[in-house]
Design a protein around this ligand. Structure first.
Ligand SMILES: [Zn+2]
Length: 224
């Protein structure tokens, strides 16, 4: 099967996020496998998708392979890939604590080590409607700018990056940080990680194999 490595990794990510309660009937994962070619989970509960369900399509959304329909919100993926040549993987989901912050106009800010990825900011796209037109796709790509995360007010979030495991980690860490941020704000004023602290954590993480350990944990957790 073409792109079987990528497809099976996408399926694993969907199962991990479902296992974590971050995917339910909705949410999607895409992977840019070539400049103009994308793999996408189809219009179905993503945690139940198989490698055979993954759709291969171009940057305009024309199918190259796959029987199932594309997600209604596919324009968000198309527009972000069109705007960001550095982005190879995208996850869109509806994490509850992140949504809670978005509706009070608060970005996710680094209050714990896992939040270090978000020190450059998590802009809020101030529109709760579904991203089902290219016009809205371009608007959300614009709101994302050069960041790795954009919050969608009252709706969810989009995380992007150059590797599937990294983007999965962003998805998990964004919600964890948001939960701690809300807990901390109920008992006082959180002291945030400084930019320097966040940068140091990121570089230690890279040199110490943090991503591999993250992946080993979540991948194996599915087997128990
Ligand atoms: Zn959505």
């Amino acid at each position: 099967m073409e792109y079987s490595y990528e497809k099976s990794k996408m399926v694993q990510v969907c199962r991990i996020l479902q296992d974590e309660g971050l995917f339910d009937g909705f949410g999607h994962v895409t992977w840019r496998v070539d400049e103009n070619e994308i793999l996408s989970t189809p219009k179905m509960p993503p945690g139940f998708a198989t490698v055979e369900d993954i759709i291969h399509h171009d940057l305009e959304g024309n199918k190259l392979q796959g029987d199932k329909p594309l997600n209604g919100e596919q324009p968000l993926h198309l527009a972000i890939y069109q705007a960001r040549s550095d982005v190879r993987c995208i996850i869109h989901y509806h994490p509850p604590a992140v949504i809670a912050l978005s509706v009070v106009g608060k970005e996710v800010v680094p209050v714990c080590n896992e939040g270090a990825y978000f020190y450059e900011g998590t802009p809020i796209y101030d529109d709760s409607s579904l991203l089902i037109t290219m016009e809205k796709g371009h608007a959300v790509a614009n709101a994302l700018g050069d960041k790795n995360t954009v919050l969608l007010r009252g709706h969810g979030a989009i995380v992007v990056g150059d590797m599937m495991e990294k983007v999965c980690r962003l998805a998990v860490s964004l919600e964890k940080n948001a939960q701690i941020q809300i807990m901390a704000e109920t008992v006082g004023t959180p002291k945030l990680h400084s930019v320097e602290e966040a940068k140091t954590l990121k570089s230690v993480e890279e040199s110490e194999g943090g991503l591999q350990r993250f992946w080993a944990y979540y991948e194996n957790k599915l087997k128990f």
